[in-house]
Ligand binder design. Structure first.
Ligand SMILES: [Zn+2]
Length: 479
């Protein structure tokens, strides 16, 4: 049965809440609660979802608790405000990991632990890029993660602009001795990111001395986007940096006019020996099948600009929040729900591979793995990859999320950190899906908590809690 009194209480508690940061957020919360009454499953449900009936009350309570306050947003704000960025190898990341352990224990999560992972330790140092001819002019830049540095007085060379790898190859011998700018306008991340990751080595094969890449993201306010590059083993390593879309356009216009542009790039970047880090793990142990596990999580490391609030502090907090909500409401599902705050997604993926290696003989007991790493904006539902039978169950559970407009199940789900385990164990995989301008903020100094709406975090937390709780609590395991 639907618990109307409880829903009314949830709505009322939102109305009363005085610690919500904005009045409009309160109004939105009330509208959402009211809408959830209208859309509440009940008499009009087709009989095929009767199996959901034993779970409706828990789902309602989890959503009510999630929407009743801005706990998740406040926790994310504290994380970013206190520790700043959390690049692998930094003291800030390790101190934030210790903070998370303390907070998880305070939440009452079980088996809270740190699992060791050796991570790459890249440091940026000071860096700059300037036009030296025809007239001196500073450009806004960010070195790419894992890049080598330049000599102390920098690299000065003539600019060559290309839009594609085809244009690079066509330039042939003209590439030698140049600083190559890849000026590929952003389409999708998957399509455009190859200029950042593979561009430096492609240019180096033809004799380039350094590489610039147009930031992988839509035009912002002259904001550069960093991110990892991958050097080919057999190619000289040349320094590489991202420039803003505005500066890339300027350099393109100058090149189009036939202006000879000379640039000077200075970067102190270097790779230090591997550092010690940890995945943070917390659980709600299952009451009936504790060895069967549903894993949730996001990556706790970030780039060394901004505070990594959308990428991926928010993802770690909303998945962690699912367990906190269960604990708070004293809901213990049949199976274990485990949150993992993954380390080193950004420049190594060592957290994800270490987990796979550590749990290799238990991957068969992994019922589902879920990752949230697309920012926490307006949640629309989940992507899912798995069997048709499992999808049918998940679509059934998602009907309980229609009231918060987060009931859409997309054709595919997964994530970088869960990828190694999902692949090795053939585990059904899921990702939170959201609508928002993620790639405007991604890997930039503008990735800070103020871009995130507390109510979006509350709704995402509620949706993840309902989805994971019911999958963990159904009598039959999804397969
Ligand atoms: Zn991320």
């Amino acid at each position: 049965m639907e618990s109307w009194p409880r829903r009314l209480m949830a709505a009322a508690s939102v109305l009363k809440s005085s610690d919500m940061p904005h009045a409009f957020v309160r109004r939105l919360a009330v509208l959402i609660c009211i809408f959830s009454f209208v859309a509440a499953p009940g008499a009009q449900q087709p009989p095929s979802t009767a199996w959901l009936d034993p779970h409706r009350d828990a789902a309602s309570r989890l959503l009510g608790e999630a929407l009743a306050n801005d706990f998740a947003w406040q926790r994310l704000a504290e994380l970013g405000d206190t520790f700043g960025h959390r690049l692998s190898g930094s003291k800030a990341l390790e101190d934030a990991i210790d903070w998370a352990v303390v907070q998880m224990k305070k939440d009452g999560l079980e088996n809270v632990r740190k699992e060791p992972v050796k991570v790459p330790h890249w440091v940026r140092g000071k860096e700059s890029l300037e036009i030296v001819a025809p007239y001196p002019s500073g450009l806004v830049m960010l070195g790419l993660g894992n890049s080598v540095g330049t000599p102390a007085d920098g690299i000065e060379a003539e600019l060559l602009v290309v839009r594609t790898f085809e244009e690079l190859d066509a330039a042939g011998s003209k590439v030698k001795g140049k600083i190559v700018l890849f000026n590929a306008p952003f389409t999708t991340y998957g399509e455009t990111v190859r200029y950042r990751s593979a561009g430096p080595s492609r240019a180096a094969t033809l004799g380039a001395v350094a590489t610039l890449v147009r930031s992988v993201g839509p035009p912002g306010l002259r904001t550069p986007h960093t991110g990892a590059l991958t050097y080919d083993a057999n190619t000289p390593k040349i320094p590489a940096a991202a420039v803003t879309t505005e500066d890339a356009d300027r350099l393109q216009r100058m090149a189009n006019r036939g202006t000879t542009v000379r640039l000077r790039l200075k970067m102190e970047a270097q790779m230090l020996p591997d550092a010690d880090s940890f995945n943070v793990v917390g659980e709600i142990r299952g009451r009936e099948f504790p060895e069967e596990v549903i894993v949730l999580g996001g990556h706790f490391d970030s780039w060394d600009v901004g505070t990594g609030s959308t990428d991926d502090g928010g993802g770690t907090i909303v998945t962690w929040e699912a367990l906190r909500l269960m604990k708070k409401l004293n809901l213990r599902p049949r199976r274990t729900v485990r949150v993992v705050l993954w380390t080193n997604e950004e420049n190594g993926l060592r957290g994800g591979t270490a987990y796979r290696d550590r749990y290799r003989d238990q991957l068969a007991n992994h019922v589902l793995m879920m990752e949230s790493d697309s920012g926490v904006f307006r949640p629309t539902g989940f992507g899912f990859t798995g069997s048709d039978a499992a999808r049918a169950k998940i679509e059934g559970i998602a009907t309980l999320l229609r009231g918060i407009q987060a009931g859409r199940i997309g054709p595919a789900g997964g994530g970088a950190d869960i990828g190694p385990s999902v692949e090795a164990g053939k585990i059904p995989s899921m990702s939170l899906e959201v609508e928002g301008n993620y790639f405007l903020l991604h890997h930039t100094p503008a990735d800070t908590v103020d871009k995130i709406d507390p109510m979006d975090m509350a709704r995402a937390s509620g949706a993840i809690a309902v989805m994971s709780y019911i999958i963990a609590d159904m009598p039959e395991r999804i397969r």
